[in-house]
Design a protein. Structure first.
Length: 324
């Protein structure tokens, strides 16, 4: 099977190893990196390549850049979306609430690879060909270095986006009651080294409906992970077991209580950290996640409507080329 993987050239998280893994597990896979301008003008880009020679065209972009280009995307048979943000479709207060459903229902033959179990289930109920493949972590960049853990309690990451409002409020409240360090770091080696200095890493994916990458990264680096529970369905699918390989909380008071318990019982905290590291190393490396994505990409798909509206598609593509 011949696969074309179109990915974002600029992104905060480093996903090169994930792309390489997908490519290694597909029979014939070409990876092309698209600039923001190319993502915003897909008609022009697709017109310059022979995309119809590919069995699958996999697109990893932002909804804000794709939503106005349905007339172009309808021209693409074997269309697959790699989607890490669809949880915003169901987040209260999100400016994208409901927009992912509308967009993907307009492309009923396309497959959407989403990183939340509950998100996938809800999209399937709405008629979308959605497949759950979890997030993971880059094991070539992030691992336990056995450094001195001189930071007792911390969170590293962004709090600026409006989608992170509940995360920000929770982390600030926990920090106020525990003295937790909340800061940002550069990606790559600096981030890995900082995680390796942390004893207890607290994440707060409140209201998101799925676990963000930081959870897997913290466990891989040997931290004891304290994280907001995304519910029984998500926890069960991922193998997250409270007080065994992660520490789950559902309120501010519960988070503070469990953090204090871990700090008073270092042996318990260390046992949970070890079990969490085993879990992610066994199931959530980018090598393994790339294999799952490749399998989902190559599975049989719904039938593309085909020649019946192909002319209308090409009219749309040519129009996009002219105006762009």
């Amino acid at each position: 099977m011949k696969v074309l993987l179109l990915v974002m050239d600029e992104q905060r998280i480093i996903l090169d190893h994930l792309y390489d893994s997908i490519r290694s597990y597909c029979q014939d896979c070409t990876v092309l990196r698209l600039s923001k301008a190319q993502q915003a003008h897909l008609g022009r880009f697709l017109a310059e390549i022979d995309y119809q020679t590919y069995d699958r065209v996999v697109l990893f972009s932002r909804l804000k850049r794709m939503s106005s280009q349905l007339d172009v995307l309808k021209c693409v048979p074997g269309l697959v979306f790699l989607e890490h943000d669809a949880c915003q479709n169901y987040m209260s207060g999100s400016k994208y609430r409901g927009l992912y459903s509308r967009f993907y229902r307009a492309l009923p033959w396309a497959r959407v690879l989403v990183s939340g179990s509950g998100v996938a289930r809800q999209l399937v109920e709405e008629g979308v060909d959605a497949v759950f493949v979890p997030k993971g972590y880059d094991e070539t960049l992030l691992h336990d270095k056995r450094l001195e853990r001189d930071i007792p309690l911390a969170f590293f990451g962004s709090l600026k986006s409006s989608e992170y409002a509940q995360r920000k409020a929770m982390l600030e409240a926990i920090s106020e009651r525990t003295g937790m360090l909340v800061t940002r770091t550069a990606s790559g080696e600096e981030y890995c080294n900082m995680l390796n200095r942390v004893q207890i890493f607290v994440s707060a994916d409140v209201g998101m409906g799925e676990y963000m990458v930081k959870n897997y990264e913290a466990m891989a680096c040997g931290c004891t992970l304290v994280c907001w529970s995304q519910g029984e369905e998500e926890d069960r699918r991922l193998g997250f077991e409270d007080m065994k390989n992660v520490v789950l909380y559902r309120s501010l008071d519960e988070a503070v209580e469990k953090i204090r318990l871990l700090q008073s019982d270092p042996e318990l905290a260390e046992a949970i950290a070890r079990a969490g590291k085993v879990l992610v190393e066994k199931h959530y490396t980018f090598t393994l996640i790339g294999q799952q994505l490749a399998q989902a990409i190559e599975q049989p798909m719904r039938r593309w409507p085909g020649v019946g509206f192909l002319h209308r598609c090409w009219v749309g593509v040519r129009y996009k080329m002219k105006v762009n």
